[in-house]
Design a binder for this molecule. Sequence first.
Ligand code: NAP
Length: 369
Amino acid sequence: MRVQFNSAIGPYKGGTRFHQSVNESIMKFLAFEQIFKNSLTCLPMGGAKGGADFDPHGKSDNEIMRFCQNYILELYRHIGPRMDVPAGDVGVGAKEIGYLYGMYKRIENEFSGTFTSKGIESGGSLGRAEATGYGLCYFVEEMLKEFKNDDFKDKRVIVSGAGKVGSMAAEKAIQLGAKVVAISDISGVVHDENGIDVNLIKELSKTHNVVVDKYTLTHPDATFSPQTTDIWKIPCDIALPCATENEINLESAKELVKNGCFLVAEGANMPTTTEATKYFRTNNVLFGPGKASNAGGVAVSGLEMAQNATFQCWSFEEVDEKLHKIMKKIFRRSHEMAIRYAGRPDDLITGANIAGFMKVYQAMLQQGV
Ligand code: NAP
């Protein structure tokens, strides 16, 4: 399925998710959010989302390839470099994108870059794999600077999800001086007061679908809990939910606040329920909404499109520098709109919604309704 929601400011653009929970309702809300997230990046991209209720866990590479090829047999009619450019998402990484793009290329007989998050050799951008997690930390850096005159140094951080977003968010937080004390995946939560060994998580994920439950085999000081929500009970300064929607409910939000968490920024899409978000706001927890804080992934997808269209390959450093600038700009625009319209400078939810909406609204009016 593919939901093409709005193309006022550029070709439809959004991820592809393979997960048993995929349905039209979830795809619609993700596509709707994607419109404003893409607008916030200031790059010319409309909003879309797609996927299938196919669960790649436990499937062979051949089964995954055949599924991807058959998925494209219908989807190819509806996508193209100037029409709709899908990317990866939950359950869809560089391997699946390779199979999807390969089949698309076979049918269309063109190397157009239709699909982002491609493998580097197939026209992907350096820095795309890191972009969402790194971008999240760049956004948090701006929040810390603006509202606390502080930085990541010596902060205790917890990260849910050890996938593409979570592992890279943990890596960048550590690079910026934080101590990541816990990380989770669907198997459970690992808590390591010595600081999570992210290289091990990355290494394990090359060969295993589920990695967190294997961590204590080599790090006996760490503790493992099979209950994924236990992560929110671990004392921290900063929580980065990077797994899935609705993973922080009111009860988990209360635990976080009780244990001293003062900043939550969403790496995943809509990981915080409405009640939990309200609770954070009334308890003065700084809150980075996913629409803004996780926009780094699609921003670098936009940069991948630009490189493909102009037959260029930028270095990792070039891409990372552009990502950093984009995240700073997204923060600044959301903050400005929060001051102007919400009357509360830290209301980045309202700020990001308005900043994202304005450009789409103006483009739609210009193009006639
Ligand atoms: P991913 O690579 O599939 O990783 C998801 C991770 O979360 C996996 O480690 C998964 O464990 C774990 N997980 C799933 N349900 C969980 C739960 N209930 N509790 C704890 N862990 C759980 O997906 P991703 O690309 O990182 O995406 C994660 C989120 O970020 C999604 O909401 C996605 O829409 C959003 N996002 C992604 C990007 C991007 O560039 N990839 C950009 C913007 C937003 P298993 O592997 O064991 O299932």
